[in-house]
Write a protein that binds this ligand. Sequence first.
Ligand code: NDP
Length: 396
Amino acid sequence: MSKVLIIGAGGVGTVVAHKVAKNEIFTDIMLASRTKSKCDQIAAAVGGNRIQTAQVDADRVEELVALMRSFQPDIVINVALPYQDLTIMDACLECGVNYLDTANYEPKDEAHFEYSWQWAYQDRFKEKGLTAILGCGFDPGVSAIFTAYAAKHHFDEIQYLDIVDCNAGNHGKAFATNFNPEINIREITQNGRYYENGQWIKTGPLEIHKSLTYPNIGKRDSYLLYHEELESLVKNFPTIKRARFWMTFGQEYLTHLRVIQDIGMARIDEVEYNGMKIVPLQFLKAVLPDPKSLGANYHGQTSIGCRIRGIKDGKERTYYIYNNCDHEKAYKETGTQAVSYTTGVPAALGAAMFARGLWKGAGVYNVEQFDPDPFLAELGEQGLPWVEKFDIDLEV
Ligand code: NDP
């Protein structure tokens, strides 16, 4: 029996709310966000008076503390933006509440992805006997749990890891992002980075790409990006010699992105406009389609997985583990598209793992540090079935 507070009422929050509401382990559910009306809409769509709602500014620790003191949750599922990770963790420490998120902390004024800020909470969570679960979406999230599963069952030594993320869906818009546009564009316009032989190798933004074949989809141009789970995975699986992350983009998307950058709309610093200060990328977010609104006309599938090469019983082995998720099916169930769905389902399931005592421990954990078995045993029935292939050409 567990009380859960969900913070954030966007695409991912919508899916988390639907999934948590179906799980009897969660006796009391509260959904809180900056705009309460969005929480109310989601609560109404879920129905059955399962979800209470509240307004909270998660940038303000004192507001979070007041909300947590009145609702007294056992765990917070943070699906607001990465900017709020630290304030929510601070409030959890103050109120004795456990924590789970899907994206690592980013400062607003710098697009910089690393776990150091959140790992620095290790001692404080440990001293209070609280658990913080970091990165429990799909990637990061299931990508790391797939890797842990491969290490546990199929390899003595994982040597080469390529996480491959394909969205072959079509939403019919000229340009839109699949999750929060500000966070998404900050991530993609960064320099790329991958890990090789103990070092991080920097690349230009989207400089390295290759065509990869995705199950039920076919060939797609895939671009090397830095992605946050690489940082924790090479630490937690030190046999890894090389770790990379690839994501597919269509030419139309890349052309729009280039123009957005060229005309300065991807800037994250403040500019003067009509006597006020605005951040161009935040303004752009206001005029781009809301990712939540894409679902109604979205067709096609996502395919995200891990391609792994390593050693088992003295022999080299290749292994591919992946999930394909259908945009239309996700929309029918929750009213959102597959990118929100593939993030929200693991977040809700991770919180259930904690509530049932299957994932436990005081301190700050990345998801690959927990037992992958109970999580993957349920992921399929929660809507994200997965497939394994052995000894195939990994193309990477
Ligand atoms: P959205 O922008 O759709 O939703 C974010 C929600 O957070 C909105 O409801 C927003 O409120 C709320 N919010 C923002 N700032 C505050 C604040 N200061 N206080 C309270 N609420 C706030 O984003 P998504 O749902 O697409 O993404 C949610 C999270 O999931 C992000 O952190 C994203 O990085 C992560 N993610 C992780 C993935 C993974 O696989 N690991 C993949 C995709 C996303 P309002 O509506 O008022 O703006």
